[in-house]
Design a protein around this ligand. Structure first.
Ligand code: SAH
Length: 396
């Protein structure tokens, strides 16, 4: 069977020439052949010049995601094995894949595997297949991952919005090996955690914040810390490990806070120094302001406020609001560690929002560090979209 060919509109091959992996519907002139969802297609210019080989995704605006920009490279089991080996090798070289550790082994587009996410928690792997192409090669990828073990089991968490956009149903369940326990333990920077692989956010944990938690740990000694949007306590536990006098975690999820308390107990931390408040952060910060509360260190790690370019203005207002309140609650000489994980909010815009917040709070802020995502969440040089997490450590 000959491979289907996707003919681009004239002049629409520039991004592929730059090895950016996405082809949108608007750039396609016509399709030669009748490819199945996820099948491998060649992408060519109107003049027939070969540009990329990728996965066909008929239901998505992102109609093709490129697997390779090398015309001689076949997309087959050996291809996936080689890409996975390279991705795992990089984590090993970074010293991130210890037997009890957790790290992202495969970061989708930025590891040359669009739509494929693999996170490791000790001997367990949590996988997401987020594109038609990833879905098409799922069994091949699972088999290759299995050979790169030893793992106790592979679990699937293909239950995100990205699947819906690709016309794929959500899927959660065991992929290979043993069924994981309800709580999978791992250790980060000496702190013990347990993730719920079946129901936790993402694949269970915010691995992208590892280095920022480690930084907070070095700054928290003797200080009173407010950890807003705490999820299962990550930043708060790191602060306690660093000798914080007291941590207040705030999250709207009772379940996440219950796990935060369980984490404190597993680590033998003093419960009295680890408060958990179930509340909306926007309301809670106002209550703190009205009550005249103050903190030495405040962490703001909200969920993605802008899921699309159209939501950036509203997201900016949200970031401005919480950052302004945080500056007001900060004791003189205090530290604000503030983040945005919205890919649609570029770093300079985030910096501007935080600067405006300091100004309106009447504080003279100083950025002492620019923060980003951990190195197991690399950003492909041809894929700047991979840089989504940015943060600022401000003294004020
Ligand atoms: N800092 C965490 C990850 C935060 S994820 C870590 O390092 O592990 C964002 C969290 O914000 C989620 O737990 C979600 O339940 C919570 N959340 C979302 N909107 C909220 C709101 N308005 N008020 C309080 N919590 C909120």
């Amino acid at each position: 069977m000959t491979r289907a060919r996707i003919i681009l509109k004239a002049g629409r091959d520039e991004s592929l020439r730059r090895r950016h992996p996405w082809v949108f519907t608007g750039g396609i002139e016509r399709v030669e052949g009748d490819p199945d969802s996820g099948a491998t297609v060649d992408v060519v210019t109107t003049d027939g010049a070969w540009r990329a080989r990728g996965a066909w995704s008929p239901a998505s605006q992102m109609r093709v995601r490129a697997w390779t920009f090398d015309e001689r490279e076949a997309v087959d089991a050996a291809f996936f094995r080689a890409r996975l080996e390279r991705a795992l090798g990089m984590r090993r070289a970074l010293g991130l894949d210890g037997a009890e550790a957790a790290c992202r082994l495969v970061n989708a587009e930025s590891d040359g595997l669009p739509g494929v996410i693999v996170d490791r928690y000790g001997p367990w792997l949590a996988c997401q297949f987020l594109s038609a192409g990833a879905e098409f090669w799922r069994a091949t990828i699972v088999e290759a991952l299995g050979e790169l073990g030893p793992w106790r089991g592979l679990f699937e968490r293909s239950d995100t919005d990205a699947r819906t956009k690709e016309g794929l149903p959500e899927r959660v369940g065991r992929l290979a090996g043993d069924e994981p326990p309800d709580r999978v333990p791992f250790v980060e920077d000496g702190v013990r955690y347990e993730v719920d692989l079946r129901r936790g956010h993402k694949t269970g944990f915010y691995l992208d914040q590892r280095e920022n938690r480690a930084l907070l740990r070095t700054l928290a000694g003797g200080r009173e810390v407010l950890n807003a949007f705490s999820y299962t306590g990550g930043f708060g536990l790191a602060a306690l490990a660093g000798g914080a006098a007291r941590v207040t975690n705030v999250d709207s999820s009772a379940e996440a806070l219950a796990q935060a308390r369980a984490h404190a107990a597993v680590n033998g931390f003093d419960k009295a120094r680890f408060e958990c408040v179930e509340a909306d952060v926007f309301h809670h910060l106002r209550r703190c302001r009205d009550a005249g509360s103050a903190f030495d260190v405040i962490v703001l790690d909200p969920p993605k406020f802008a899921a699309s370019a159209g939501q950036v203005d509203r997201a900016a207002r949200g970031y401005k609001d919480i950052n302004l309140l945080a500056f007001k609650l900060l004791r003189p000489g205090g530290l604000l560690m503030t983040f945005s994980c919205s890919g649609h909010v570029p770093p300079p815009l985030f910096q501007k929002i935080v600067a405006d917040a300091a100004l309106d709070a009447g504080r003279d802020g100083r950025i002492v560090r620019f923060l980003s995502q951990a190195p197991d969440h690399p950003v492909g040089t041809a894929f700047p979209e991979g840089h989504y997490l940015k943060g600022l450590l401000c003294e004020a």
